[in-house]
Design a binder for this molecule. Structure first.
Ligand code: 9MG
Length: 364
């Protein structure tokens, strides 16, 4: 369903290390050590969309009258600290390392085609600072073919079973299929990551509810095979918000509590370059969903489109820039191939943003 009002936090700045209740310091943002000083108020009436930036003081004193009720839920959602995700605190940016167990993976190109190699790769990512390891057996890159469930299981299960006793890192299973979710959960996976937001498999909602695991709900328009042929939006940023809000409601109706959900706008999934950058520039809007936000831009085609880097392995600098842009908007989790480089960049970004090493999380 389309909303009439959206609120995007802007003017995001580091929270003072020592809070002083007497001094007004903006409003807190999604459990991060960040504050915001203004909002973009977006009013939508069908195709008519009106956007304006309003300082918080003005918003509350002059502007808020007719919006109060509709906005209050959004403002609460923007500010609330996020609960831990499978035990992981989300009070600073966390790294999800990508472990593709696919012969046609767009960036690994089949190098990790054996379980042992995938396990070794995953353990190295954990050592480099990934708090979550995302194991996937079906490529979802644009144009990718469907992988039958038996084939997907034969790729991912030995990796999850081999990895589980050997790492403290959280394991997420990247799949759209209910049977793979169920089997991965039995083998000790901690998180379900579904690029179809539990819409692809009719059993997925029920299986996810039964498994009781946190779920990453990602926006995609269309199926990987054809999704980037001709994606259409009225307003990509707002349409993605509405979709994710609808999926969160569907999960809650199926018995999955909001505390277990993560929202992901799905960079590259049924989006042209102008869609992707519009979403990237408005990431803070998605905190209004009231759940942690995850971003996956690592080595993706948009970096080639922006910077002319056809080889995915050459897209590390662009991937890091995207991760930092996300962190600056309070995104809690970044999904990346290059964990060591991203960790280093995020650590330096955090230290320089906050001007202290006290806010840094103990990565290890
Ligand atoms: C599996 N996969 C590929 N890209 C992704 C992204 O951007 N987000 C999530 N959650 N999963 C992804």
């Amino acid at each position: 369903m389309q909303r009439a009002l959206y609120v995007r936090p802007v003017g995001i700045f580091p929270a003072p290390v020592q809070e002083d209740e007497q001094v007004w310091g903006g409003l807190p943002l999604a459990g991060q050590p960040l504050r915001y000083a203004a909002v973009e108020v977006i009013e939508r009436d069908g195709p008519r969309i009106r956007r304006r930036i309003v300082a918080l003081g003005d918003a509350f004193e002059r502007d808020w009258g007719r919006h109060t009720l509709a906005a209050s839920g959004l403002m609460d959602a923007l500010g609330a600290p996020r609960p831990r995700l499978a035990g992981l605190a989300l009070d600073c940016p966390r790294i999800m390392g990508i472990v593709n167990v696919t012969p046609d993976s767009f960036s690994d190109g089949g190098r990790l085609d054996s379980a042992d190699a995938a396990i070794a790769h995953a353990l190295r990512l954990a050592e480099e600072g990934a708090e979550i390891l995302d194991i996937g057996g079906e490529s979802t890159r644009p144009g990718a073919d469907y992988v039958p469930v038996a084939e997907e299981l034969s790729r991912v299960m030995p990796v999850i079973e081999g990895l589980r006793p050997r790492t403290q890192a959280l394991i997420s299973i990247d799949t759209r299929k209910a049977e793979v979710m169920a089997r991965a959960a039995q083998a000790g996976a901690d998180i379900l990551n579904d690029v179809s937001a539990l819409t692809h498999d009719p059993q997925a909602l029920a299986v996810a509810a039964e498994a009781g695991l946190p779920v990453i709900l990602m926006h995609a328009q269309g199926d990987p095979k054809t999704m980037n042929d001709d994606p259409q939006y009225e307003d990509v940023v707002l349409d993605v918000f509405d979709f994710l809000e609808g999926r969160i409601a569907a999960c809650e109706a199926a018995g999955i509590s909001k505390a277990k959900l993560v929202a992901d706008p799905g960079i590259g999934f049924g989006k042209h370059l102008h869609h992707n950058v519009a979403v990237m520039a408005s990431l803070s809007l998605y905190h209004g969903l009231g759940v942690p936000v995850l971003l996956g831009a690592s080595r993706k085609k948009l970096i080639d489109h922006i910077s002319d880097v056809p080889n995915p392995e050459d897209r590390v600098p662009g991937s890091i820039a995207a991760a930092l842009a996300a962190a600056a908007q309070g995104v809690q989790i970044v999904r990346v191939h290059d964990v060591a480089a991203t960790r280093q960049a995020l650590s330096v970004w955090q230290a320089c943003t906050h001007g202290t090493d006290k806010v840094l999380a103990p990565w290890k």
